[in-house]
Write a protein that binds this ligand. Structure first.
Ligand SMILES: C[S@@+](CC[C@H](N)C(=O)[O-])C[C@H]1O[C@@H](n2cnc3c(N)ncnc32)[C@H](O)[C@@H]1O
Length: 237
């Protein structure tokens, strides 16, 4: 009951509203969680392909993905499904996400409802999510996949994170509305918590975000974006 109250407070802070009854939108940040019913394809194009995960996941014994902005968990679920389709016995994938305003179960269920193909995975994730407390948690979601969600301000969470990611998904709200998710300090922390040869991908091509990532030390490239977005950004350490 206590944690329900805390989560509702988080949703009030977000000003969560629903476009066409199905797509979550934060009035506070003036942005959508994902682009309409295209969110699933967008995840594949921007984050999975942008980090060249098909090739890299096939080769890795253990692989760590980190994300800024867990939201509904869409990116996690798409990645988990993709991982299940290509992995071999003995390999492991760890997915860590940083989130300041955790959504409650009903909102996650509703936000992901437009993708029936994700239902089974969503329900397993929500089984764990429903038992979470207000702190950060790690769940062994299946025998080769763990999920950790670190609750709180991302700049603080990443800075105190004891691990390094092989691939980053930078998925804050739009940089103009959510600048603290793309700040120089946070991008430096992301770089510092990336393995040598590790990568990032993001849907945005905002110049100042690319500059922050470049000054942090990444080799940054602007590449074709998804759908109506002409460009997105990828990079490597
Ligand atoms: C575009 S949504 C992420 C969508 C998500 N990846 C998904 O698959 O549904 C951006 C997320 O960033 C979170 N966020 C915004 N500012 C934050 C901050 N300063 N620290 C941590 N999380 C933040 C929001 O609560 C929201 O969940």
């Amino acid at each position: 009951m206590d944690s329900d109250k805390k989560t509702s407070a988080a949703e009030a802070q977000l000003g969560l509203i629903w476009e066409n009854e199905i797509t979550p939108y934060s009035a506070t940040y003036g942005d959508y969680y994902f682009s309409g019913n295209d969110g699933s394809d967008e995840c594949r194009h921007v984050f999975i392909d942008g980090n060249n995960l098909e090739e890299r996941l096939r080769e890795a014994k253990s692989f760590t993905i980190a994300e800024l902005g867990f939201g509904t968990g869409l990116n996690f679920l798409e990645t988990w499904r993709f991982w299940q389709s290509i992995r071999k016995p003995g390999q492991a994938m760890n997915f860590t996400s940083f989130e300041r305003h955790p959504l409650d179960c009903a909102s996650i269920r509703r936000g992901l409802g437009q993708w029936p193909e994700l239902k089974q995975h969503r329900d397993i994730m929500l089984e764990y999510w429903s038992k979470r407390d207000s702190g950060s948690q790690t769940w062994q979601i299946d025998e080769q996949t763990s999920l950790r969600v670190i609750i709180g301000e991302a700049a603080f969470g990443v800075n105190s994170w004891a691990k390094h990611a092989d691939a980053w998904y930078l998925d804050g709200f739009s940089p103009s509305k959510n600048p603290q998710m793309w700040s120089e300090v946070l991008m430096q922390s992301v770089f510092n918590h990336t393995t040598q040869g590790g990568t990032f991908a993001t849907y945005t091509s905002a110049g100042w975000v690319r500059r922050n990532l470049g000054s942090a030390g990444f080799a940054v490239r602007r590449v074709p974006g998804h759908g109506k977005k002409r460009h997105m950004t990828i990079g490597s350490k």
